[in-house]
Design a protein around this ligand. Structure first.
Ligand SMILES: Cc1cc2nc3c(=O)[nH]c(=O)nc-3n(C[C@H](O)[C@H](O)[C@H](O)COP(=O)(O)O)c2cc1C
Length: 307
């Protein structure tokens, strides 16, 4: 018997393969491609208090081994999510994790509170890679004091588990992991996209309308693995880590897990292979059978113990 289930923040997930925010919508369209209930969890596209139209186009461009995006967090807002989207997903036999963002602490809190009564939403994942408009535009996840205050004020007002998705655009991600733990976070998600730019040499200017964008895809796999490894080494006994960044195959996913991730999210790979999450899940199961590993938890952080 191969046991792929994982228990994190007191919630049982049927397996550790989730899909990443912004790369899978809300799971509505994917139901035509595969049985979404096979996934351990679906992380929703970012949800804000008010609807947002997002940035000007072009807002996606390909790069070697990855893509840059500056979608600008387009979404219909939490009210429409609850009235129009939630009824289309609540029958699915998987967990939903709401990816939440705001322009101020109050906005984050209000979005989470609005979702407290939606039973399918089992936890919140905070996107802290956006600016605090009230505090001069500093990115929440780039200032330990701002980040700590955000996590603390949300935690005080909600009942569901709170995961914080860390930004990789910092010097030492462990400093931010520590602040989240001290402020009461229940889980850490590593990593969001890396800030990048592509210049169109014919137009002689950046391709994206916003000039810079978030780099994702296979190019960022080694960076995500390194950051997970560092955070697990420092705090792996205190908080679970969810890995995201550059996973296209089951082998990539296992690198995240062996570095210290208790579950993983498939992101950009969904755009070039819509069946990627299922292939990752089947690959992990096959590997466990081949290696004689009965319980998935035996693999978490194993790279730290094999040195
Ligand atoms: C088009 C696109 C939209 C995204 N939207 C969000 C979002 O709304 N909230 C968020 O926290 N991360 C968002 N992300 C980041 C991904 O969830 C993920 O952290 C990142 O892409 C790295 O994983 P990957 O290399 O597997 O794509 C987005 C990424 C892409 C490519």
């Amino acid at each position: 018997m191969t046991n792929l289930s994982v228990k994190l923040f007191d919630i049982k997930f049927k397996n550790p393969v989730w899909v990443a925010s912004g790369t899978f919508g809300y799971g509505v369209e994917a139901q035509e491609i595969f049985d979404v209930s096979k996934l351990g969890a679906v992380v929703t596209k970012g949800i804000s208090l008010k609807p947002r139209l997002g940035n000007e186009t072009p807002r996606i461009v390909e790069t070697p081994c990855g893509m840059l995006n500056s979608i600008g967090l387009q979404n219909p807002g939490v009210e429409k999510f609850l009235t129009e989207i939630y009824p289309k997903i609540e029958h699915l036999d998987t967990h939903f994790i709401a990816n939440v963002f705001g322009e101020s602490e109050e906005e984050y809190v209000e979005v989470c509170i609005a979702l407290e009564d939606a039973p399918k939403v089992v936890a919140y994942e905070l996107n802290v890679s956006c600016p605090n408009v009230k505090k001069g535009g500093i990115v929440f996840g780039h200032d330990p004091v701002v980040l700590g205050s955000l996590v603390e004020s949300i935690k005080k007002r909600i009942k569901k588990p709170l995961l914080v998705k860390l930004s990789p655009n910092v010097t030492d991600v462990r400093e931010f992991a520590k602040v989240c733990i001290e402020s009461g976070a229940d889980g850490l998600v590593l990593i969001n996209t890396l800030l990048g730019m592509k210049i169109n040499i014919r137009k002689k200017k950046p391709d994206l309308a916003t000039k810079t964008g978030g780099l994702s895809g296979p190019a960022i796999l080694p960076i995500a693995v390194r950051m997970i490894y560092q955070v697990y080494e420092a705090f792996g006994d205190q908080i679970p880590i969810i890995g995201v960044g550059g996973i296209s195959t089951w082998e990539d996913a296992l690198e995240h897990v062996m570095a210290g991730a208790s579950a993983i999210q498939v992101g950009t790979a969904n755009f070039f292979d819509p069946l990627a999450p299922i292939k990752v899940l089947e690959g992990i199961e096959r590997y466990m059978k081949e290696e004689g590993i009965q319980d998935f938890s035996e693999l978490i952080g194993v790279a730290h113990r094999s040195e």
